[in-house]
Design a protein around this ligand. Structure first.
Ligand SMILES: *Cc1c(COP(=O)(O)O)cnc(C)c1O
Length: 349
């Protein structure tokens, strides 16, 4: 087994920068252009988003997903409001309180979820359980697409949640750190999975797709974007050499390579999952709908793989999470499966 292939599964952000993003960085690296997003490349990238979503959305580029989520949520809330999210949501479990910090105290309220997907019945329950002055009223629903458990919301499910949210006076935020994996998996129009379903603000993930340090915050209601640039600047999230961020977006959206990369990550996850599921004593704890595989296996097998240099870790619910990305070589999938068969004393597949 080539050791270069051994470390691919801990996360989709252990991968490097994809060739299209790298080429875009290189191509943007000549001459002098206005800074802070006043350049022509950035204007074209914003236009590319409007074509992609087929609507006049407002787009802002930041460095990472935590900032994108926290600033987007802060823009939808007063400090005395609250945000409903799944109990497994990244905004709750992995952002060190950034949403609460940037919103000056908006509380996150945890909804029950099944396989990472928020149960629609939770919206009414959580937004009507308390109506008194002593509890912060919910104003936002935050959904992750794809979810932290590698599942996706189908457009009809999004419509159901968004309709309820709006009826109850709430806006809908989508954490799309893995938006493109969901989009490729569902094979629907970008509009259908966002504003047509009722999503108000999308945090659109570039980094896990294969770019260097960028996420886009997309407001489908331009009114909601008012003064958002000040939030970005104050939070230290306004890139001065913006062309290097926007050039990557322009390239991947216009040449369609976003779809190839997301599709590849999803396909590698499916391949890995079907190989693992065929091993005795191994089971998948989630259906594989995007680029994540959650696996439960004998402790000896898990430790054996770790000691052979494979990298992955235990995640929500105690299962091991294996992530695939644009860069996951098929040889790594086969290599891990071959090692697993050897550790289980099975003949090669
Ligand atoms: C990775 C990820 C993010 C963004 O995390 P950063 O490390 O701050 O870029 C946000 N949401 C989800 C669901 C993620 O998996």
């Amino acid at each position: 087994m080539n050791p270069d292939h051994q470390y691919a599964f801990a996360s989709d952000n252990t991968a490097g920068i994809c060739p299209e993003a790298w080429a875009a960085l290189q191509a943007a690296n000549s001459g002098f252009l206005p800074s802070y997003g006043s350049d022509a490349i950035t204007q074209r990238a914003c236009e590319a988003f409007r074509n992609f979503f087929q609507t006049p959305c407002e787009v802002f580029f930041v460095f990472n997903g935590t900032a994108a989520n926290a600033l987007a949520l802060a823009s939808l809330c007063q400090s005395y409001h609250s945000v409903i999210c799944a109990d497994s949501a990244h905004v709750e479990t992995d952002e060190c309180g950034a949403p609460e910090f940037f919103s000056n105290g908006s509380k996150l309220i945890l909804a029950r979820a099944e396989h990472g997907r928020m149960l629609p019945s939770e919206l009414r329950r959580l937004s009507t359980q308390r109506r008194d002055l002593h509890f912060p009223p919910p104003r936002v629903v935050s959904l992750s697409q794809s979810t932290e458990l590698g599942t996706v919301y189908h457009p009809q499910a999004l419509v159901e949640i968004c309709d309820q949210a709006h009826e109850l006076g709430m806006k809908v935020h989508m954490d799309g750190a893995r938006f493109f994996n969901a989009l490729a998996a569902l094979n629907v129009e970008p509009a259908e999975m966002t504003w047509r379903a009722g999503v108000d603000v999308l945090c659109c993930g570039g980094t896990k797709l294969g770019m260097a340090v960028t996420e886009a915050v997309v407001f489908f209601d331009p009114q909601l974007a008012r003064e958002f640039e000040y939030r970005c600047k104050q939070a230290g999230q306004l890139c001065s050499k913006m062309r290097f961020i926007s050039a990557q977006w322009l390239s991947l959206l216009e040449d369609g390579s976003w779809r190839r990369h997301a599709t590849h990550g999803n396909a590698m996850a499916k391949l890995l999952a079907s190989g693992l599921a065929s091993l005795p004593g191994v089971s998948l704890s989630q259906t594989v709908e995007a680029n994540a595989v959650f696996v439960q296996w004998p402790e000896g097998l898990k430790q054996g793989l770790l000691s052979r240099g494979w990298r992955f870790y235990d995640f929500i619910g105690g299962a091991s999470r294996m992530m695939c990305s644009w860069a996951t070589p098929e040889a790594a999938v086969h290599g891990l499966l071959a090692d697993a068969r050897e550790l289980l004393a099975l003949s090669p597949a």
